[in-house]
Write a protein that binds this ligand. Structure first.
Ligand code: DQA
Length: 145
């Protein structure tokens, strides 16, 4: 059976392409989605790609994934550094989680160095831009074999 991956993007990632291009580059979230769809096709995965600016909506989508997904790829964006609720939801659903950040969060401000998601993820990728999403899908495909 085709494995299903829920790809979640947190707040402000809808602004990719225009948001701080010096930091995040010129690719839009649509470009990232296209890259994920093509990578998923090659890997034999199906993906559901979403973005929300709302913590509660992300929590609900994570809870729903119990019935609709086999794994989760998440770029929690700023919620990485603040959200116990997203940590708890990911822990509760008990699906393999890959955490992705476009930028190298360890090279940036100190408040970005800790992520509440990392301890519930089987792996974390940061600093490789949108390539990180592709690498994380590859890791999830391996994990879900
Ligand atoms: C980010 C890094 C976070 O610190 C930041 O709040 C984001 C994006 C990244 O992809 O590099 O919004 O998750």
């Amino acid at each position: 059976m085709t494995k299903r991956v829920l790809v979640l993007n947190g707040p402000n990632l809808n602004l990719l392409g225009t948001r701080e291009p010096g930091t995040y580059g010129s690719e839009t979230l649509k470009d990232v989605e296209a890259l994920c769809k093509s990578a998923a096709g090659e890997l034999g995965l199906s993906i559901d790609f979403r973005q929300s600016n709302h913590e509660g909506e992300l929590v609900t989508w994570i809870q729903d994934a119990r019935k609709t997904a086999d794994g989760i790829l998440i770029n929690p964006a700023a919620y990485s550094h603040t959200s116990v609720a997203i940590h708890d939801a990911l822990r509760a659903v008990n699906l393999p989680v890959a955490e992705v950040h476009l930028t190298n969060i360890h090279q940036r401000e100190a408040f970005r160095h800790h992520s509440y998601v990392s301890s519930v993820a089987f792996g974390v990728i940061c600093g490789f831009g949108s390539l990180g999403y592709k690498l994380a899908l590859e890791a999830l495909a391996q994990k879900l074999k």
